[in-house]
Design a protein around this ligand. Structure first.
Ligand code: GLU
Length: 315
């Protein structure tokens, strides 16, 4: 059975971009008769707030996108133990290292000119901490220096077929630029580890989300594989941008007129009108269709999801 998920970070009210990701993921799953799970990605304690969790559940419910109530909602802030075990599995295989770099050192590494690379910002920047000996690590720890744990990216090319964007091929190192952090020096779990572990343990086999996470898919495939789980299929969708070219999330998406809340409470839209609006912005239906049931939406989606090459959708 197909198992998909929507995995929002509760850092604000759901905007059109979030609605598109939730809807696309629901449609990808429901069009295949599968199961749709909800996961709360609230590891960033500085930005996530409990009231946003309640608000996003209400917004998803209002859109008519019920998550599977027979499965628990995973809440990442409550899953410390699981991530610890997964990290230990990676450590045992020698796939990680301790990094003692300060922020300043990291930005120096990041801006160090690379031989002959011109303006190539995608080039991989090796981290000097991967070469620390056990005794140096021990000494640093004795001095009370805290370390983050990083994944040592192998020098390999990863290929997969994205359901919407087609064939993807990238060097893991170039996709990421640096070895990704798995656990921060303050103990906070990092996105790449948590998302990979949860997709694996929730049995997710179809990940639909914004195309900004395409490079991450390569590293997540590597982590999930290293943990010994089946790697999911990926289905990325274009990001919704404002006319000014800015991502909604970075603009006023979180509290302005492009929120689900505004559509419901100020514009007084019905869910069916809102679903039509989002699918029309994504180019799945024509703008003349101003109301659409979820069953009709599944029908349109199955026949013609959207043209990913059309570029970003503009509101
Ligand atoms: N939590 C991430 C976000 O809200 C999504 C992660 C994912 O879908 O892999 O942007």
């Amino acid at each position: 059975m197909v198992v998909g998920r929507y995995a929002p970070s509760p850092t604000g009210f759901m905007h059109y971009g979030n609605a598109a990701a939730a809807l696309a993921s629901w449609l990808d799953v429901r069009a295949r008769g599968g199961k749709w799970l909800l996961r709360i990605e609230d590891l960033d304690t500085e930005r996530c707030r409990p009231e946003y969790i309640e608000a996003l559940k209400r917004d998803i419910h209002w859109m008519g996108l019920e998550w599977d109530h027979s499965e628990p909602i995973f809440v990442q802030s409550e899953r410390h133990k699981v991530y610890e075990e997964a990290l230990a599995t990676l450590e045992r295989q020698g796939l990680t290292y301790h990094c003692f770099c300060t922020r300043a050192q990291l930005s120096a590494i990041a801006s160090a000119p690379q031989e002959g690379d011109g303006n190539d910002t995608t080039k991989y920047r090796a981290n000097p901490c991967e070469l620390l000996s056990c005794s140096q690590i021990f000494k640093n720890q004795q001095e009370g220096r805290r370390s983050s744990v990083r994944l040592k990216l192998p020098d390999i090319v990863d290929d997969f077929e994205d359901i919407h964007f087609g064939w993807q091929s990238a060097s893991l190192r170039e996709a990421m630029g640096t070895d990704p952090i798995l656990r921060r020096s303050d103990g906070m779990w990092a996105y790449q580890l948590a998302v990979s572990v949860d997709d694996a343990l929730q049995g997710v086999n179809l990940v639909t989300r914004g195309v900004d996470l395409m490079p991450s898919a390569h590293v997540q495939r590597y982590i999930i594989n290293s943990l010994g789980y089946e790697v999911p299929r990926y289905a990325h969708i274009p990001l919704l941008m404002g006319l000014d070219g800015m991502r909604l999330a970075k603009r006023n998406g979180g509290n302005g007129k492009y929120t689900i809340m505004y559509a419901r409470e100020e514009e007084r839209l019905e869910p069916m009108q809102f679903i039509a609006r989002i699918l029309s912005i994504m180019g799945v239906i024509t703008p003349e269709i101003d109301s659409l049931s979820l069953d009709e939406a599944i029908d349109f989606w199955s026949r013609h999801p959207f043209d990913a090459n059309r570029g970003v959708s503009v509101i």
